[in-house]
Design a protein around this ligand. Structure first.
Ligand SMILES: Nc1ncnc2c1ncn2[C@@H]1O[C@H](COP(=O)(O)OP(=O)(O)OP(=O)(O)O)[C@@H](O)[C@H]1O
Ligand SMILES: [Mg+2]
Length: 425
């Protein structure tokens, strides 16, 4: 399942990044809010492996946010221990702990009166970094989240789109290179297309950085897409199932989980396969203003391609003319074609199919880091991959992290009390 060991033919080999994340252990942790009869979190023991993405999902009020905030002690546990790596951090200074953990909330949670650069620089400043080191780090992070530093560093949050604000939120959380990233419904406030992009980007960043990331989500599809592991909670942060997305889909622990997964579990399998895991078709690329005859010649030499991809100076796709269109031209046009079907490498095959359906193109352009063009994915490739993955038996996990409660739930909530995924639970 690890993305780093599946080689792709078109993508340049990613640097074999070391795991920089650290494991987290919640050890019999309980949270009782004053005046509440039942604990919000009831004796949870949860092991979060280093370098993995763990998704916390479950109905509203089940204790997801409380569990997440106890990890960096934004909420103090009533009982129990929090261990990060080998350190028991239950008693250490909470401010110091928070500096070791990036925290991202909906819409980025940026300070409106501070520029993008100032927002990102908050923790490095507190840590006493030099001005030069901070400025370099800000630019590096903006690059990492695919925002051009010259364009964005001096803007204010109100001058950014929702998705851009969210990207800055992620950059800020990563500023001091913390081993742990905590995210509370980070992509809840953006439209579906932007959400897909941000999810892809997070996966790409994770491939480089290998942090330990804990994400609270309402959306089961998002959990399947992002999670190495998924925890499904019911009230009181009781763990109903803690498993890989594959196994939860194949063997839901009970009716509660089945209801939570919602309909179309078969289709959700599509969400398990990534664009980067399939072989992309090569394409002839060209530049705006280039001589059309020269491009046609390259298309012929490449075996009679029917399309060429126009890329800008940073290799980002801006047009996708057909052979016929090019034959009628002297030069490749300069303009940017609207609504090109483009997907990131970390996108799921489901996302890729969606994109193709919307553009009715039968294929989509695949981009990697910095939105640079990588290759073409076709409907046929997607179909083949689905057939293959159905045939492949579910891979056995050698190891399963611990997830229990001191007072396990004896009776499962029955009946359709849980709305299907995608709805506000
Ligand atoms: N400060 C508080 N004081 C009292 N009760 C609280 C407080 N914060 C949360 N709770 C209660 O604790 C329980 C868990 O809340 P929590 O915010 O962790 O849920 P959640 O799973 O994140 O829900 P949602 O999906 O709606 O964000 C809820 O019943 C909630 O009403
Ligand atoms: Mg919450």
């Amino acid at each position: 399942m690890s993305s780093t060991d599946s080689a792709t033919t078109t993508a340049p080999a990613a640097p074999a990044g070391d795991v920089t994340g650290r494991s987290i252990l919640l050890d019999e942790v309980t949270k009782r809010y004053p005046g509440q009869t039942k604990p919000a979190v009831d004796g949870i023991t949860l092991e979060i492996p280093a370098g993995k993405i763990v998704m916390l999902v479950g109905p509203s009020g089940c204790g997801k946010t409380t569990t997440l905030k106890m990890i960096n002690r934004l909420i103090e546990p009533t009982e129990g221990r929090i261990v990060v790596g080998d350190d028991d951090v239950t008693g250490i200074d909470a401010d110091e702990l928070r500096r070791r953990m990036g925290y991202v909330i909906q819409a980025g949670g940026l300070f409106p009166h501070m520029t993008v650069a100032a927002n990102i620089a908050i923790v490095p400043k507190m840590l006493g970094w030099s001005k030069e080191k901070i400025a370099a780090r800000v630019d590096e992070l903006l690059d990492l989240v695919s925002l051009d530093p010259d364009t964005y560093r001096d803007r204010f949050p109100r001058e950014l789109s929702g998705g851009q604000q969210q990207r800055v939120g992620v950059a800020r959380a990563l500023a001091a290179d913390p081993p742990v990233l905590l995210m509370d419904e980070p992509f809840g406030a953006v439209d579906p297309i932007t959400r897909q992009r941000l999810q892809d980007e997070l996966l790409r960043i994770q491939e480089e950085l290998h942090k330990t990331i804990v994400i609270v989500s309402h959306d089961f599809d998002e959990a399947v897409k992002l999670g190495d592991w998924i925890v499904i909670f019911t009230e009181g942060a009781h763990i109903v199932q803690y498993d890989t997305p594959e196994r939860i889909l194949a063997e839901p622990a009970n009716e509660f989980v089945e209801n939570f997964i919602g309909s179309g579990a078969g289709l959700k399998q599509l969400t398990l396969n990534r664009v980067r895991d399939v072989e992309l078709a090569p394409a002839v690329t060209c530049s705006p203003g280039e001589d059309a005859k020269a491009v046609l010649q390259r298309m012929n030499e490449a075996g009679g391609h029917q399309h060429a991809v126009v890329v800008d100076r940073r290799q980002r796709p801006i047009g996708w003319p057909t052979r016929r269109q090019i034959e009628r031209l002297d030069r490749i046009p300069e303009g940017i074609e609207p609504e090109l079907p483009v997907v990131g490498e970390a996108a799921t095959l489901n996302d890729a199919l969606d994109t193709m359906l919307v553009s009715s193109a039968g294929a989509a352009l695949v981009t990697g880091r910095g939105e640079a063009f990588r290759g073409v994915i076709t409907v046929e490739t997607v179909m083949e991959a689905i057939t293959r993955s159905r045939a492949a038996a579910a891979e056995d996990q050698a190891y399963t992290p611990v997830g229990t409660n001191t007072n396990p739930i004896e009776t499962m909530p029955s009946g359709p009390t849980i709305a299907s995924s995608g709805e506000d639970l």
